[in-house]
Design a protein around this ligand. Structure first.
Ligand code: ADP
Ligand code: MG
Ligand code: ZN
Length: 477
């Protein structure tokens, strides 16, 4: 009988924190910008420069630690991780090895109907490296230090996950928590959230873990799922051939759907870690932690509970909407303006989700404002536009955050409530379609549909179909 294998996965997740300035200097952290313009002697590793810790980094880290049920380390220190690479101008990275800021936490994940805890081994603070740009035409490499010194936390899980589904649920949970805290926007594509996947396989029932590899370069949830499947199969094939898995770092190539060895796995010793001598330990007392707890915004579960009480929308809808902090913000603001939460929720649940899916966008990337969504709802509530026009306007609004009121006005899309104009069109339609009119009169209800359709076409969708129906019946009556 063929052997059965179990996949064992642990993640190392890097998250860029949303501070305005870097972790050890006052340079801007904003994304983009001309190369090497967000730099100073500290973040370019000039001799004699000294780091000064950004307090906001510690506060975000504590907030994330608390929200992921970690113990917060009271005396927290930084360490130097020494290695040479051109994107690392100091030849060391300031990180935390011995006393990371948070330890022993967990998050609860849901896959299908099963709930499970994924334990967090530890979370530490560190600085990001610069970015190397390789120019293949010129055969040169240039370096941009704008990202050098951007604050990161690294969240290290225990090897508790067993499938790609669990990994994605874990990442989505982390992302949701951190976005709600406002501690990061967690965009995989832009690299503000990065996951390294440690994976091993073992025979089902075995009590011992197999040798793992670590995969890097995963910049979307889809790539992560494919990488897990690809690496799992590669390792199983090795074992089936009686060969050993080598502990190493591998680079996932999402186009070839295969991982390639990058380097053999290095140990902590290889980095000659030692306590960072330029920074004092951070003493975190109870009062500080309490203050951060007090300042924590409403998190997802609290929001969900409140939605159930405050709004008459199905629980399923509330779940989807609150999964994204951005979507929840739009919902609440739009509902407050137009006083019609049900309709706002419908626009989000149906058209918004459809267009997001079609364009491969995340809810975080929704561009329309709650004000504009509220205007659209008002326009339909008042009968100023009918539902097919509303959908058309919505697409515009989704694409460019167009103001629905001005758009309707500019394009003359307002429903025609002018009885005289409508009546003239109806009479014309009846005259042009004598057969359909006769059919209806002789009892064929269906024939009315054709006349309504003709009318709507002439009115270019601006008439109210209910009203057209009503008037036609009266005229043919
Ligand atoms: P190192 O210090 O060598 O990087 P760690 O113990 O810190 O190793 O583990 C790094 C990551 O690898 C953690 O997320 C952990 O859960 C995961 N991991 C450790 N052993 C295994 C294994 N056998 N299979 C899968 N993942 C593992
Ligand atoms: Mg590690
Ligand atoms: Zn700087």
């Amino acid at each position: 009988m063929a052997k059965q294998y179990e996949t064992v996965i642990g993640l190392e997740v890097h998250v860029e924190l949303a501070t305005k300035t870097k972790i050890f200097c006052s340079c801007s952290t904003s994304f983009g910008g001309a190369p090497n313009t967000h730099t100073c002697p500290v973040c370019t590793g000039m001799p004699g420069s000294l780091p000064v810790l950004n307090k906001q980094v510690v506060e975000y880290a504590i907030a994330i630690g608390l929200a992921t049920n970690c113990e917060i380390t009271r005396v927290c220190k930084f360490d130097r991780k020494n290695y040479f690479y051109p994107d690392n101008p100091q030849n060391y990275q300031i990180s935390q090895l011995y006393l990371p800021i948070a330890r022993n936490g967990y998050v609860e994940i849901e896959t299908g109907d099963t709930k499970k805890k994924v334990r967090i081994h530890e979370m530490h603070m560190e600085e990001d490296a610069g970015k190397l740009v390789h120019d293949e035409w010129d055969d040169t490499s240039i370096v941009d230090y704008n990202r050098s010194g951007v604050p990161l936390v690294e969240i290290v899980s225990e090897p508790d996950m067993r499938s790609a589904d669990e990994v994605l649920a874990y990442l989505e949970k982390l992302r949701m928590i951190i976005q709600y805290l406002g501690a990061s926007d967690c965009k995989l594509q832009e690299g503000s959230m990065r996951a390294d996947v440690n994976l091993s396989v073992r025979e089902m029932g075995s009590g011992k873990f197999g040798t793992r590899t670590e995969m890097k370069n995963l910049n979307s949830f889809k790539a992560i799922a494919r990488a897990i499947e690809g690496e799992r199969q590669r390792q199983i094939e090795l074992l089936e051939e009686g060969r050993a898995v080598v502990q190493e770092t591998r680079r996932w190539d999402d186009n070839k759907e295969y991982s390639y060895a990058m380097r053999s796995k290095e140990d902590a010793q290889d980095y000659r870690y030692f306590p960072e001598p330029d920074l004092v330990p951070v003493m975190i007392d109870e009062a500080w932690i309490e203050k951060i707890k007090m300042m924590q915004p409403e998190l997802r579960d609290e929001k969900l509970a409140r939605y159930k009480k405050e709004y008459e929308i199905p629980e399923y809808d509330a779940r989807i909407i609150t999964e994204s902090k951005h979507m929840a913000d739009i919902f609440e603001k739009a509902a407050a303006i137009c006083k019609n939460p049900k309709k706002v929720s419908n626009w989000l649940m149906v058209e918004t989700l459809r267009l997001l899916k079609e364009s491969g966008m995340e809810p975080e990337e929704i561009r329309f404002s709650p004000e504009n969504l509220a205007k659209l709802v008002k326009l339909t509530d008042s009968g100023d536009i009918n539902s097919s026009v509303a959908k058309q306007v919505f697409v515009k609004m989704f694409e460019e955050n167009t103001d629905p009121e001005s758009y309707v006005k500019e394009h003359g899309l307002r429903t025609v409530n002018d009885e005289g104009e409508l009546r003239a069109v109806l009479e014309q339609v009846i005259a042009d379609n004598p057969q359909a009119a006769a059919d209806y009169k002789s009892g064929k209800e269906k024939a009315l549909g054709a006349l309504v359709g003709q009318t709507m076409k002439i009115m270019r969708g601006k008439a109210n179909p209910g009203q057209v129906n009503q008037r036609l019946k009266e005229l043919l009556g």
